[in-house]
Ligand binder design. Structure first.
Ligand SMILES: [Ca+2]
Length: 330
């Protein structure tokens, strides 16, 4: 219900103000933006039981489960974790055990919750801010067309102030996948016989995660089918930015089509594809801009749960970004 309410209010923000007097539109939009920011803040406030929710209950349930299996070592490990969590109220990486696997899985599952919530909140704030900027531009145009340049400049000042104060949005990546060493796996443009015959576009079945993003260039733009919209990192000149697709279970990947960031000068001529099985493929000839696509059919199918795209070399030290990605697989 909260999401629906937010959408309705934002929609109102984008439409109703046209009918109001121009002198009040900027103030109304500013107030609405502040109010919606507050709603997002309230929505993502940690519950009374803490950021990790029902983790203590889940530990108790696991302890009972291990007791029924007479798993003494397992019970001791869970008891130790129950005591540790009571005081620490967090699940850092160095607290995650190797055995029993049931406890390890539980820890990893709950350890990701704060990061996921924080990422979701950042994405909602970015979406709201984009709508607010769109609305300010509309108001600025209304004043400009009416010849009220003082008011138009006032709105422009608000836009400039907002853009200059926007912080780069850094998304933390939950570390769910085991880290495996990379090995080189040469790409090939040869279609592997009937290999691709059964493949289909499985991009939309994956969850998207990114290193960070500019508020006006969110990650979903990479899979919206529009080559004019893009995701862009806000790490200028950095090759540590990344875009990742993660499927719920291992998939057999056969190829990828990608389009570089839409921009007159930004260009990432060399990118790397990294897979959860350790495979790494380097692409040395990515075409500039989003008009041309780069198609790669893998030499042999790659079984993986995730695929990460990273820059190897950026032209002129600009930002890494992508306009479109399509992954083929089974
Ligand atoms: Ca796009």
């Amino acid at each position: 219900m909260r999401i629906v309410a937010t959408i309705l209010i934002v929609y109102a923000l984008c439409t109703v103000a046209y009918a109001e007097q121009p002198s009040t539109e900027l103030t109304n939009a500013q107030n609405m933006y502040k109010e919606l920011l507050q709603k997002i803040d309230t929505k993502f406030r940690p519950p009374p039981e803490g950021m990790y929710g029902k983790y203590p209950d889940a530990l108790d349930a696991l302890k009972s489960q291990l007791q029924s299996k007479a798993d003494l070592d397992g019970i001791l490990a869970v008891t130790k974790e129950i005591d540790r969590f009571k005081l620490a109220q967090n699940i850092p990486d160095d607290a995650i055990v190797q055995t029993p696997p049931e406890l390890r899985n539980l820890q990893q599952k709950y350890a990701e919750i704060p990061l996921r919530i924080e990422n979701q909140k950042k994405a909602e704030v970015a979406d709201l801010t984009k709508r607010y900027l769109d609305r300010l531009k509309q108001i600025q145009d209304i004043y400009t067309r009416a010849g009220n340049l003082d008011k138009a400049l006032e709105v422009k000042s608000e836009i400039d102030s907002l853009l200059s104060n926007i912080e780069p949005i850094q998304l933390e990546k939950p570390q769910t996948q085991p880290i495996t060493p990379y090995n080189n796996h040469p790409a090939s443009n040869n279609v592997g016989g009937n290999l691709l015959g059964e493949s289909k576009d499985i991009t939309q079945e994956a969850e998207i995660s990114v290193s960070d993003f500019h508020p006006l260039c969110p990650a979903n733009n990479v899979v919206d089918g529009n080559q004019d919209s893009k995701w862009r990192s806000d790490k200028r000149g950095s090759t540590s930015a990344w875009f990742q697709l993660t499927w719920k279970s291992p998939r057999t990947l056969t190829g990828i089509t990608l389009r570089d960031s839409k921009h007159p000068t930004e260009w990432t001529p060399e990118m790397a594809l990294e897979f959860s099985d350790g495979t790494r493929i380097e692409i040395k000839d990515v075409p500039r801009g989003s008009d041309a696509e780069k198609v790669i059919n893998f030499e042999k199918p790659i079984k993986a749960t995730w695929l990460k795209i990273t820059p190897i070399r950026l032209s002129r030290g600009y930002y890494f970004g992508l306009s479109e990605v399509k992954v083929m697989g089974k």
